[in-house]
Every structure is written in structure tokens, then in C-alpha cells.
Design a protein around this ligand. Structure first.
Ligand SMILES: N[C@@H](CCC(=O)N[C@@H](CS)C(=O)NCC(=O)O)C(=O)O
Length: 223
């Protein structure tokens, strides 16, 4: 399998694509970041990418890998990473890494981020107090995970999966009157500081946030 040059089809504002871009930067991977080669939500797109979403990693052999987490594990497990430090050695730490990724996707995104996104789209026409409570409850789960996993551990793929979701929460939570969503959570706040101290991470997160603002302006202009 030749991996000397891979294409990552990405959207700059996508939290899922951002994870992979951060990994590529951190591990200096030979990945060319490109916009979708055919328009999203078209027959041609579904024909080429059956899951219908980005990111997609296309290998030189033509195989395409969809789903950000599948891409991340693939990249970390193949030789291009040369034994990525982002993939912990022990089965327990690997399980904890996957817990973080699943927390990001199955808890925080589903129960907090998507509702906030819908709230922004509706112009804030929601029960703000109820939503702020929901956000707090989801972040409290993350607080427990970070406290349980300890602050000394090295950053891993799970942290990269979670970081864009947290950056989005910061961007969107003011719509329900929450300006500093992590303020009540010391372990999460300490983790967030540690994550943002890594330039490859904070710069990629900033690119995503700027792209989101442009994307949101585009949506608002259409509305
Ligand atoms: N579970 C997927 C989610 C990917 C996803 O939702 N991507 C969005 C961009 S953030 C997308 O491709 N949207 C295009 C569309 O829905 O047409 C992953 O982890 O890669």
C-alpha cells in the first residue's frame, strides 16, 4: 500500500475534518488537504463517497476512507506516522482515548452542540435556560473523564477528536447566554489550556473558527 501522498477531502469549518487536519500537522503526514472534488449532496458525491460526508481520505491506490475516527486510527496505525505518539501503548489508555472520542460524538455533539447549532439557526428562539442546563450536564461528564484520566498523560487522538467540539461550544454557547462554557469545570479548563498550548492544535482550531464565522455569515445572508 503506497501512502506517500494521500488526499484529505475536507471542509475548513468542519469539526470532523479539523481533527484529521490537526493530526496531519502534528505528525507531519503526507496529506494534501483539498475541497470536495464533486459538490456535496449530489448523486456524483454519493456515487463516489457512499457515506455522503466529509472528511474522506483518499489513498494513492484509490481507496477512500470516510468517518473521521476511522481515518485518524488508520493514519496513526500505518507506517506514515512512524509509531504516532498520539496512539497510546496500553489497552487501557487506548480505551480512554476512544472514550473521549465517543464522548465528543455521542454525548457532547448530539446533546449539546447540535441543539446549540439549531438555536443559532433559529436566531436564539429557544428555551435558553433549559439549553444552558443541558450544556452544563454534558460538560460535567467531560469534567469527570478529564479528572479520572489525570492531567499528566500525553495528548492522544481522543483529545484531537474532542477539541474542535469544545471550540465550537465556545463559539455557539453565547446564544443561550453562556459566554465561558468551561468556566465551572477546572479539569476541563486545565485540559483546554494544555491542548491550546500546542501551536499545531490552536492554529488549526482558529482556522476552523474563522471558517465557521464565514460559513455562518453566508447562511445568514441567504436567510
Ligand atoms: N461522523 C462523521 C461526521 C461527518 C460530518 O457530519 N461531516 C459534515 C461536515 S461537518 C458533512 O460532510 N456535511 C455535508 C452534508 O451533510 O451534506 C465523521 O466523523 O466524519
Amino acid at each position: 500500500m503506497k501512502l506517500s501522498s494521500m488526499k484529505l477531502f475536507s471542509l475548513p469549518h468542519s469539526p470532523y475534518a479539523t481533527r484529521v487536519r490537526m493530526q496531519a500537522r502534528l505528525d507531519s503526514l503526507p496529506v494534501e488537504v483539498l475541497p470536495p472534488p464533486v459538490p456535496l449532496r449530489t448523486e456524483a458525491f454519493y456515487e463516489r463517497f457512499p457515506l455522503g460526508k466529509l472528511p474522506v481520505l483518499e489513498l494513492e491506490s484509490g481507496e477512500a476512507i470516510a468517518e473521521s475516527w476511522a481515518i485518524m486510527e488508520f493514519l496513526a496505525e500505518t507506517s506514515v506516522s512512524g509509531g504516532s505518539a498520539l496512539l497510546p501503548e496500553s489497552p487501557l489508555e487506548r480505551a480512554q482515548m476512544r472514550m473521549l472520542a465517543r464522548y465528543a460524538d455521542l454525548h457532547l455533539a448530539v446533546n449539546a452542540l447540535f441543539p446549540l447549532f439549531r438555536a443559532v439557526m433559529s436566531g436564539g428562539n429557544v428555551d435558553r435556560e433549559e439549553m444552558a442546563k443541558g450544556l452544563h450536564a454534558e460538560l460535567a461528564k467531560g469534567e469527570r473523564l478529564m479528572a479520572d484520566f489525570g492531567s499528566e498523560r500525553a495528548l492522544n487522538l481522543g483529545d484531537l477528536a474532542l477539541a474542535p467540539t469544545i471550540r465550537y461550544l465556545e463559539e455557539l454557547s453565547p446564544v443561550v447566554g453562556v459566554d465561558a462554557p468551561l468556566a465551572a469545570f477546572p479539569a476541563l479548563s486545565a485540559w483546554w489550556q494544555k491542548v491550546n498550548a500546542v501551536d499545531a492544535i490552536s492554529e488549526t482550531l482558529q482556522e476552523m473558527a474563522l471558517a465557521y464565522r464565514k460559513f455562518a455569515e453566508g447562511l445568514a445572508a441567504k436567510a
